[in-house]
Design a protein around this ligand. Sequence first.
Ligand SMILES: [Zn+2]
Ligand SMILES: [Zn+2]
Length: 357
Amino acid sequence: MVIEQKEPGISAPDEVLLRILDVGICGTDWEICTFEYGTPPPGDDYLVIGHEALAEVVATGSAVERLQPGDLVVPSVRRPCPHPGCLACRSGHQDYCYTGDFTERGIKEAHGYMTEYVVEQERYLNLVPPGLRESAVLTEPLTVAEKALAQVSWMMRQRPPWLDPATPGEERGRGLSAVVLGVGPVGLLGAMVMASAGFTTWVYSRELPPSPRIDLVTAIGATYVSSQATTFADLAEQVGNIDLIYEAAGHSHFALEALRWLGTNGIFVLTGVPGVQAFREADPARLMRQMVLNNQILLGTVNAGPTAFASALHNLELFSQTWPATVRSLIAGRYPPESAPELILGRPSGVKSVVAF
Ligand SMILES: [Zn+2]
Ligand SMILES: [Zn+2]
């Protein structure tokens, strides 16, 4: 529903008034709009959604140093909890909040960005190079993979001692294989991150060709395999030792099946948040045996901090040079705010729909 709000203004010296340019729509918005997820701010009976934003600085408070009017910025989503004992939030790492009492703009107890003007504190804004005006709305969904890969690379360099810890970022995955589960925006952006880090990258999802999403996978030099045509066992045989599985499908059965095929010393990253799904019997003893005997890691990751935003912006510049057409086609289209309800509740296209103001 589109509502009228009064225009916000700067009320503290570290605040920045922003004019929203683009807001990306994702599955989280769908969950909020179907009332599976999301909480309005205390005292309000509605929640302004939108958490994947690109904005232009309109005015700055007197203490703002890094930004000036005209700058492009991408805001982060999560804000710290109030508890003095939360070491994560107190050190600026609210993506690792212990208490769960954080807020998230457009998702949990804080209004989002699907509105013309917002006010935000300088510290939550990431400066965007002017060349990324067209693609920077992809920054926030890209941070999911950036945060994951930063942890994966750290663990990979610390663990298998034959990997050279001094390997430059763009060769972090050299000689290693990655399988991405899911071909939605998080999966596609994840595949781009893995491929550009040098992993031999595979994307495994239900979809059958022909499909524009599969074309995007191929365009970045990754290999697409459909679960409707090939079993995971056959995929594993093609890949060899699967060093990394990046789950971006949010489907528990699919993830559990994939976990069985994780390779020796492999890392399995979970990014999807499934809703209620049918109960499925598992064999935990077999799974424990497999994970222990193969030095495997199961890693969940949510949200992202400033480092992930910085590397997402860096990678977006790189992707825009390496795969310009792919980056362009990741954005399905820009639509007026009035069409947001339809875009959110419609069938997800797997590439990003953007509301433009
Ligand atoms: Zn999102
Ligand atoms: Zn906290």
